[in-house]
Write a protein that binds this ligand. Structure first.
Ligand code: GAL
Length: 740
């Protein structure tokens, strides 16, 4: 009998503050609140709240019944992420506690279970900022929120089972390419019968290679490496064609499958060298942004679909080739999507500037191990971050984190983000935050990778005036130009992709760092247009003015001044009204190392009075007119756009999608000073996660729609006080009940 994994994300009961005896099976929980996982312990406004509001201890109870036919198997409960510490009880017995909000943990339930009746899990969740647990102990520039915010499952396996599999592609570009499959077994059977371990490399239904070995498990843990060789031609995993294979491992006994374990892998060779970064032997300048995994209203408690959406935004809207998971291991769903779409990842352990005492450091070393053991099969991950972000040097501590990473995974290099150049290098790659502007430092180490720039040096909002939003885009372009001009830089990861909630001692005074090239709702600011414009026109033709069209928003007035236009066209024509005012070439003199240098239009300076008309930008490639953008001179809010990211959701009471609200001119161009209290009315099997009325800021905003446990049709009516009502419909499909 193979393994069974049963999600238990529905039918939880929630209560705070904790009550005595809540772990006892007979405890009366009828008054507790029914919730689903992912769950935030406190829904919050999207800004201007006090972070102490979610720092408390809460309780979660979950009743379950086991499929009686599985009696005799071992049962584990797997938590993907609980913020920040969890103490777990089953049927009144304390199983243990886990410290850390970003890494998974499990407890074995087997000896305490009732196979015929009700079982009760009780999880006591401590969401305070405990100084004994990374990243806490000092200050941190982000919020962690609270609750069981990632998925939970019951895993039912044989007495001897496959605990983990690392299927490591080796010599990917050579003739002896192979997969070394490290199988980790766990047994409670001291004298287990002889068994057979089989590994297969599969491409869909096709088995490409297989290997097997007889194993005799003695003791608790056992390890066997199986090599899948003779592969012939394989499809590489790369950014445009991220081909994924499956490795399936089976444990057999007397011809019966006792356990199975499947992982996805990709064949790619990723390496930082003195000449920059190479993917599959090809030089690739890394162009990335940092991502925090937090969201408005629910903190980190977003389901898989919403986590995946972020990866899609980074790859398809911002055209990045890399994301850094600042500053912790992020959602498995996000990483899965990065594998599927071809987005490279630099993943790092939790921490921010502060290093705690020995016990704290021990947890951080464990975090390295837990991160790697969770994520070692992701082809998208190319670098392990094994330093506390921007911490001081600590030889003994970082010798340990590097040793653990190298011992677990000799196929990936390590990095560790520092913010001073004299720092002792124990990692393979010198990953450094260099916020200097206008000129970043020259590489001081052969493997140099700039992991943060701009950020707090230039916070920018949609509602800032035109000089600032344009300057924000310019600064990102300016740093990427320097990184592109010198092959010793592997590339750069700007700070950051999305605005994020932060502590009161950081940010703009409303618990937000406005450091994103997109806002906290993931809606692009002009700087996003720079990133977007760096893709190949075969992917998408991009034309993004870095300004809004306003006659007097600039100091001194007269249009936006010299207008920066981000585009991958090779020529632009600029019209004011019917008058052709400029024919532009990309600014190769200043930005010639970028794939697509921005354009600058001096003729937009001093546009006043009778010359003030609509702006029209025509983009050309090889002499062919390929794209046009218009911006209205009328200065009137004309259109309301309301759009859901997804048209179909699952009626499991968990699934969610974002609904974006935007006010534009008659051509669809942003109206960054548009306001209006949006009235949102939802009919059907769902709820609004967000505010209603919702006050637009910068002409934009968003809420999320979450399903209830039912099928049907959600109808969201969004009414703007001037621009009327738009209707968004979302189909909700029936979700099968959870088994346990
Ligand atoms: C860095 C830090 C980031 C963020 C950023 C703001 O020093 O690593 O987490 O705070 O500054 O620019």
């Amino acid at each position: 009998m193979a393994r069974h994994v049963y999600p238990i994300n529905r039918s939880w009961l929630y209560n705070s503050p904790p009550v005595a005896g809540a772990m006892q099976p007979e405890f009366d929980d009828s008054g507790w609140e029914p919730v689903t996982i992912p769950h935030t312990n406190r829904r919050l406004p999207w800004h201007s709240f006090d972070e102490r509001e979610y720092q408390f201890v809460s309780n979660y109870r979950r009743h379950f019944r086991l499929p009686p036919n599985l009696q005799g198997q071992r049962v584990f409960v797997d938590f993907a992420g609980v913020m920040t510490a969890a103490t777990v009880f089953i049927n009144g017995t304390r199983l243990g506690a886990y410290q850390g909000g970003y890494t998974p943990f499990s407890f074995e339930l087997t000896p305490h279970l009732h196979w015929q009746g009700d079982n009760v899990l009780l999880v006591e969740v401590d969401s305070t900022e405990r100084a004994d647990i990374p990243p806490f102990g000092g200050q941190i520039d982000y919020l962690t929120f609270g609750g069981i915010y990632r998925e939970v499952a019951l895993r039912i396996v044989a007495p001897t089972y496959i605990e983990n599999v690392f299927a490591k592609p080796v010599d990917v570009l050579g003739d002896d390419r192979r997969v070394e499959v490290r199988c980790l077994l766990d047994s409670r059977d001291a004298a287990a019968a002889p068994q057979r371990l089989v590994a297969e490399l599969r491409d869909g239904d096709q088995v490409l290679a297989a290997a097997e070995a007889d194993v005799q498990v003695a003791g608790n843990v056992f390890e066997q490496v199986l090599t899948l060789g003779d592969l012939g031609n394989i499809k590489l995993w790369d950014l445009d064609h991220p081909h994924l294979y499956q490795v399936q491992v089976r444990l057999e006994q007397a011809g019966q499958v006792v356990d199975d374990y499947a992982v996805r892998i990709g064949f790619r060779d990723a390496r930082f060298t003195p000449d920059g970064f190479f993917l599959n032997g090809q030089h690739l300048k890394l162009r990335g942004l940092n991502r925090h995994q937090t969201f408005p209203f629910v903190g980190q408690a977003m389901p898989a679909r919403v986590q995946r959406r972020d990866a899609l935004i980074l790859k398809h809207d911002l055209k990045l080739n890399l994301v850094r998971t600042s500053h912790y291991p992020q959602s498995p769903a996000f990483l899965d999507c990065c594998d599927e779409i071809g987005l490279l990842v630099f993943e790092e352990i939790p921490g921010w500037q502060h290093i705690g005492d020995q016990a704290w450091q021990d947890i951080a070393v464990c975090n390295v191990e837990e991160m790697i053991r969770r994520d070692w099969n992701h082809p998208s991950i190319i670098l392990w971050g094994v330093r506390i972000n921007e911490s001081r040097d600590n030889h003994a501590f970082y010798a340990r984190t590097n040793a653990v990473a190298h011992a677990l995974d000799d196929s990936r290099q390590t990095g560790g983000v520092r913010n001073f150049f004299e720092s002792e290098l124990l990692e393979d790659v010198f990953t450094i935050n260099d916020f200097a502007y206008p000129t970043i430092a020259k590489p001081n180490h052969p493997l140099h990778f700039n992991t943060e720039f701009i950020g707090h040096t230039f916070p920018t909002k949609h509602i800032d005036n035109v000089e600032r939003v344009q300057e924000h885009a310019f600064r990102h372009a300016h740093i990427h130009q320097q990184l592109a001009a010198d092959k010793r830089y592997a590339g750069g990861v700007g700070w950051c992709a999305f605005d994020y909630n932060t502590h009161g001692d950081f940010g703009s005074g409303d618990r937000i760092c406005y450091h994103g090239v997109s806002d906290i709702f993931r809606i692009p600011k002009p700087a996003a247009g720079f990133y977007r414009s760096q893709c190949d026109p075969a992917d998408e033709i991009v034309l993004e003015p870095a300004f809004h069209w306003a006659i007097g928003d600039r100091s001194g007035g007269g249009g936006p001044g010299t207008g920066m236009i981000c585009s991958n066209c090779d020529e632009l024509k600029v019209y004011i009204g019917d008058e052709l005012v400029a024919e532009l070439q990309p600014d190769r003199a200043r930005f010639g190392s970028l794939p697509h240098p921005p354009f600058f239009c001096d003729q937009l300076r001093g546009v006043w009075g009778a010359r003030w008309h609509d702006l029209r930008l025509d983009g050309f490639l090889g002499g062919r007119h390929v794209i046009q953008k218009r911006m209205s001179a009328a200065g009137v809010d004309r259109q309301l756009h309301v759009a859901a990211d997804d048209a179909v959701l699952l009626g499991d009471g968990i699934d969610m999608t974002r609904v974006v609200l935007r006010v534009t001119d008659e051509y669809g161009a942003a109206r960054p000073f548009a306001t209006g209290a949006m009235q949102l009315l939802l009919e059907g099997p769902g709820e609004i996660v967000g505010e209603s009325p919702f006050a637009l800021t910068g002409g934009v905003g968003a809420v999320w729609v979450k399903t209830r446990e039912a099928a049907g049709q959600i109808r969201l009516h969004a009414t703007h006080p001037v621009l009327g009502t738009q209707l968004v419909e979302i189909a909700v499909q029936a979700a099968p009940d959870e088994v346990c």
